[in-house]
Design a binder for this molecule. Structure first.
Ligand code: PBG
Length: 326
């Protein structure tokens, strides 16, 4: 054939392919989420292979390993004992709760490690929702935001470098920014879960933190976004930008690459994508059955998220990627 264009020439060797490669991910783009709890023994999370719920001592050991491996940021999620949970999630503000103790301990031992703390009530409420309920059992937006402001301040006080509201209440970014500034935490960053879908991919996470009630899936669709919508994502990010967010999160990642790409085109702030627990679990599950190649699928999943436009990725694979590259 007499072809002018032969795109295959740019793929003819590994060296050429690496010259023309458009995207990559590296350890410096990855954020490791970590589960902690207040028990004597750390334990595995059944629906998330290789993921543990760590006690604070083991958390410090883990951080030491992560720092050595070049991971620069972690996001800590507490699994709270049922007897500490109530209808309003008040335990979140208790200075002795396991999250605040962990933040203080890690910040003291590893001051350079970037600590990200979720701002939401679900670890602490006995109904598992991210907000407080009104008399009809609906999530009360403004009252929830008031508590979230306090939660963000105690997390900043305990050493969080970044607070990350994952609750999807309206107006919380502006309110939290104001509360942090009033409390003297002008330097604490706000990373907004601006675009968080009411997704089935959070299942294993809810196992890990114990926020699932019985067998029925918790319905968060009056505050988290409808998976059918994309224009609404732009509405959410634009309001969070205006309210003072420093960085934005899109979550989940893999099934929402179009959203990541759209957000990338509409705002200049750094974007983090959160590869949710279910995305992690499904790769493990298929690989365990011998149906997918584990490493190749894992790496492709992360590359796709970067290609869509994410600067950073929250991923449960972070540590093992760092290990593979060290
Ligand atoms: C809680 C929260 C969730 C996740 C992060 N923060 C779960 C939820 O909204 O129910 C999901 C994490 C994951 O699935 O990996 N506000």
């Amino acid at each position: 054939m007499n072809l002018t264009m032969r795109p295959r020439r740019n793929r003819k060797s590994s060296a050429i392919r690496s010259l023309v490669r458009e995207t990559s991910f590296s350890v410096s783009n990855l954020i490791q989420p970590i589960f902690i709890w207040d028990r004597e023994k750390s334990e595995a999370v059944p629906s998330m292979p290789r993921v543990m719920r760590l006690n604070v001592e083991d958390l410090l050991r883990e951080c030491e390993a992560l720092v050595r491996l070049g991971i620069s940021a972690i996001a800590i999620f507490p699994a709270i004992e049922p007897h500490h949970k109530d209808i309003q999630g008040l335990h979140g503000l208790n200075p002795d709760n396991v999250l605040l103790r962990a933040l203080r301990a890690v910040k003291e031992a590893f001051p350079e490690l970037v600590l990200i703390a979720d701002v939401a009530l679900d670890p602490y409420t006995n109904h598992g929702h991210d907000g407080v309920l009104d008399a009809q059992g609906r999530i009360e937006n403004d009252e929830t935001v008031e508590i979230l402001c306090k939660l963000a301040v105690v997390e900043a006080q305990a050493g969080a470098d970044i607070v990350a509201p994952s609750d999807m209440m309206d107006g919380r970014i502006g309110a939290i920014r104001y509360a942090l500034d009033q409390a003297g935490f002008q330097g604490t960053s706000l990373m907004s879960y601006a675009v968080k879908y009411a997704s089935a991919y959070y299942g294993p996470f809810r196992d890990a933190v114990g926020s699932k009630l019985g067998k029925s899936a918790l319905d968060k669709s009056t505050y988290q976004m409808d998976p059918a919508n994309s224009r609404e994502a732009i509405r959410e990010v634009l309001s969070d930008v205006e309210e003072g967010a420093d960085m934005l999160i899109v979550k989940p990642a893999g099934a929402y690459l179009d959203i990541i790409s759209m957000v990338r085109e509409n705002v200049v702030l750094p974007i983090a994508a959160y590869q949710a627990s279910g995305e992690y679990a499904q790769i493990h599950a298929a690989a365990n059955l011998g149906w997918l190649d584990y490493e190749r699928t894992r790496d492709e999943s992360l590359l796709a998220i970067r290609r869509a436009g994410a600067d950073m990725i929250f991923t449960y694979f972070a540590r093992e990627i760092a290990e593979a590259n060290s």
